[in-house]
Design a protein around this ligand. Structure first.
Ligand code: SF4
Length: 259
C-alpha cells in the first residue's frame, strides 16, 4: 500500500534534552530524547506520526548501535539545560522515536530519576512509549521505576494494529499485550482516526475496549488528530464520534479521559 507524504509534519528534535513542552495531557514537561537527531528512527511507522514517516524502521537496536546517541552525556545535558525547573510537572522520555528501544534505556532512566530527585523533586518522571519493547523483562524493570508509564495502544486487534502503527512484520500484537499484562501498572494513550486508515468503527472500538478490560490500565487517554500526520489523507474523528467512543468506554467501566 502506498501512502501520501505530508510536508507539514514537525521537524525532529535536535537535542537530547528539549522543551519544556506544554501539553493538555501531561502539563509542562521537559523532554528527554534518546533517539537519533539526524533521522526518524522508530520501531513503528504510525500513519499519524507528527514527525512524518520513519526513516529507519527496526526492532533490533544492536544493528544500529552507531546511530543511537550514547547516554553518558545525559546527566550533563540535563544539568546544563536552561529551564525554570520549579515550573516543570514532568520529565518525560519522548522525542524522535521509541526510548525503550535504546540498549541503555535502563541507565537513562536511572540518570533522569537522579536528576529529578536532586533538582526537580516536585516533578514526576514519565514516558510516552509505543509499547513495542514491553515484552522484554529488562525494559519492564526500567519502566517500573518511572512514576508514569503512558503506553500506546491504538488498536484491539492485529489487523487494525498493522494498519495504524505499521510495525515491522515480526512484531506481533499479542506479544505487546502479553508484555503489558506483565507490566501491570500503566496508563494508556490511544488515538482515533478516520480517512485513509480508521480505527474508530464500532467493530474496532469494541475489540479495543475488550483488550482494555483485560489489561486494566489505571488511566486512559483518548484523543484524535490535532497535528499534521505522516499520511495527509487521514482525518480527525468528529467531536460527536469521539464523545460516543468516550461514553461507550466509560460505560464499560474503564477510567477513560477524552482530550
Ligand atoms: S511510535 Fe511515536 S514516534 Fe514512532 S512512528 Fe509512532 S507516533 Fe511516531
Amino acid at each position: 500500500m502506498t501512502y501520501n507524504t505530508n510536508s507539514k509534519t514537525l521537524k525532529l528534535q535536535t537535542a537530547m534534552v528539549y522543551g519544556p513542552v506544554g501539553s493538555r495531557r501531561i502539563g509542562l514537561s521537559l523532554g528527554v530524547n534518546i533517539s537519533p537527531v539526524s533521522e526518524k528512527f522508530c520501531s513503528f511507522n504510525c500513519v499519524y506520526c507528527h514527525y512524518g514517516w520513519t526513516d529507519t524502521l527496526s526492532l533490533d537496536a544492536t544493528k544500529h548501535q552507531g546511530k543511537l546517541p550514547g547516554v553518558d552525556d545525559l546527566t550533563r545535558q540535563l544539568e546544563e539545560y536552561k529551564v525554570d525547573r520549579y515550573l516543570l510537572d514532568h520529565i518525560t522520555f519522548s522525542g524522535n522515536g521509541e526510548a525503550t528501544y535504546h540498549p541503555d534505556f535502563g541507565r537513562a532512566v536511572d540518570i533522569v530519576i537522579e536528576f529529578r530527585d536532586k533538582y526537580v523533586p516536585q516533578s514526576k518522571t514519565a514516558i510516552l512509549s509505543n509499547s513495542s519493547m514491553v515484552m522484554k523483562q529488562e525494559v519492564r524493570e526500567a519502566l517500573k521505576k518511572l512514576d508514569r508509564c503512558i503506553m500506546k495502544l491504538d488498536a484491539g486487534d492485529e489487523v487494525t494494529f498493522r494498519k495504524v502503527n505499521r510495525p515491522p512484520s515480526q512484531l506481533r500484537f499479542e506479544d505487546i499485550i502479553a508484555g503489558l499484562r506483565e507490566l501491570k501498572k500503566f496508563e494508556t494513550q490511544s488515538i482515533f482516526l478516520d480517512g485513509s486508515v480508521s480505527n474508530s468503527s464500532d467493530e474496532a472500538v469494541d475489540s479495543w475496549i475488550k483488550v482494555m478490560l483485560e489489561l486494566k490500565p489505571y488511566s486512559m487517554q483518548i484523543y484524535t488528530l490535532d497535528r499534521a500526520p505522516a499520511d495527509d489523507r487521514l482525518q480527525p474523528v468528529s467531536r460527536e464520534r469521539m464523545r460516543d467512543i468516550f461514553l461507550k468506554t466509560k460505560k464499560a467501566g474503564l477510567p477513560v479521559n477524552l482530550y
